[in-house]
Design a protein around this ligand. Structure first.
Ligand SMILES: Cc1cc2nc3c(=O)[nH]c(=O)nc-3n(C[C@H](O)[C@H](O)[C@H](O)COP(=O)(O)OP(=O)(O)OC[C@H]3O[C@@H](n4cnc5c(N)ncnc54)[C@H](O)[C@@H]3O)c2cc1C
Length: 263
């Protein structure tokens, strides 16, 4: 099978004639790249200015347990007591594990990803958008970095024995179809990687005052927009509950949980 043409057919059939469309990039924009670091910094700066908001950066939650009506949370040397908790600690969430949410979930494997930051990448169809490359020795992606004329060149697998760095080197230096794209490419940053346990979504991500949101309740790649919407909705539902001075008694919790879904 000619994997190079598979890649090309998919991209042209999804977006019609890409070269034609590029003549009017404003009208035919297919995606927007955001700098997540800047976005989060903006949100943090705004929160810091609010009264009665305490922010604990670089603080790691180690335990969470129920003590009477309240939740007791230990995070490094700090102890917190809370009526309710929003768990947004990502795809490898410790909170879901400690609270046994994962027992009802299906483990589907562990995903590994490795990426290099590079510049001077020259694909024949142009550098816009996400490029996925399928070969018979691995799956690769080339993703533009916001603000900079640089790219992440990465590969992912579920086989822990795969040497992803070797595969990327092979793609860039030996592959007959793709190595010409990387002829002038230079590594400009460190190798980055992530390891993610793939567990099925939590059916009912709420229990006894703890609401699980974002990737923590999902599989992987809820997406930044999805995660932000979850955070906004959860905080909104919680704020309304506090304004109404609900005491989070068991029968009230259901109403709070429902309002999280409906608002
Ligand atoms: C390589 C990669 C590329 C991606 N690219 C995109 C993309 O281009 N566009 C897109 O929309 N989405 C992308 N995603 C998906 C997106 O990043 C996630 O869906 C999103 O970040 C989930 O947000 P979250 O807030 O639920 O979790 P996270 O962003 O994972 O945040 C969880 C936070 O909790 C913290 N944390 C974890 N454990 C603890 C603990 N015990 N104590 C204290 N803090 C803790 C973590 O440090 C982290 O800051 C990508 C994901 C990966 C891995």
């Amino acid at each position: 099978m000619d994997f190079a043409s598979v890649h090309r057919v998919e991209s042209t059939s999804a977006f019609k004639d890409w070269r034609e469309m590029k003549k009017d990039p404003e009208k035919n924009r297919v995606a927007v790249a955001l700098d997540k670091g800047l976005l989060l910094k903006g949100i943090l700066d705004e929160a810091e200015k609010k009264q009665d908001v305490d922010i604990y950066l670089k603080t790691h939650l180690t335990t969470i347990k129920k003590s009477g009506e309240m939740w007791k949370i230990t995070a490094d040397k700090n102890e917190f007591v809370a009526k309710c908790v929003i768990a947004a600690d990502g795809v490898n969430s410790r909170i879901t594990r400690i609270l046994s949410f994962n027992k009802q979930r299906k483990f589907m494997g562990t995903s590994l990803y490795l990426t290099l930051t590079m510049d001077n990448f020259e694909p024949p169809e142009g550098k816009d958008g996400f490029i996925f490359i399928l070969t018979n020795y691995g799956v690769f992606d080339v993703l533009p970095i916001c603000h900079e004329v640089k790219f992440h060149v990465g590969s992912f697998t579920r086989n822990q024995k795969d040497n992803l760095l070797e595969k990327i080197e092979k793609l860039m230096n030996e592959d007959k179809v793709y190595s010409p794209w990387f002829k002038k490419a230079r590594k400009t940053g460190e190798v980055q990687s992530w390891v993610v346990n793939l567990i099925s979504p939590i059916k009912n991500p709420y229990h006894d005052g703890v609401l699980i949101i974002g990737d923590a309740a999902w599989v992987q790649e809820m997406g930044n927009m999805g995660a932000l919407c979850c955070g906004w909705k959860a905080a909104h539902a919680l704020t309304l509950a506090f304004i109404k001075n609900e005491r989070f008694k068991r029968r009230r919790q259901k109403a709070w949980y429902k309002s999280w879904f409906s608002k």
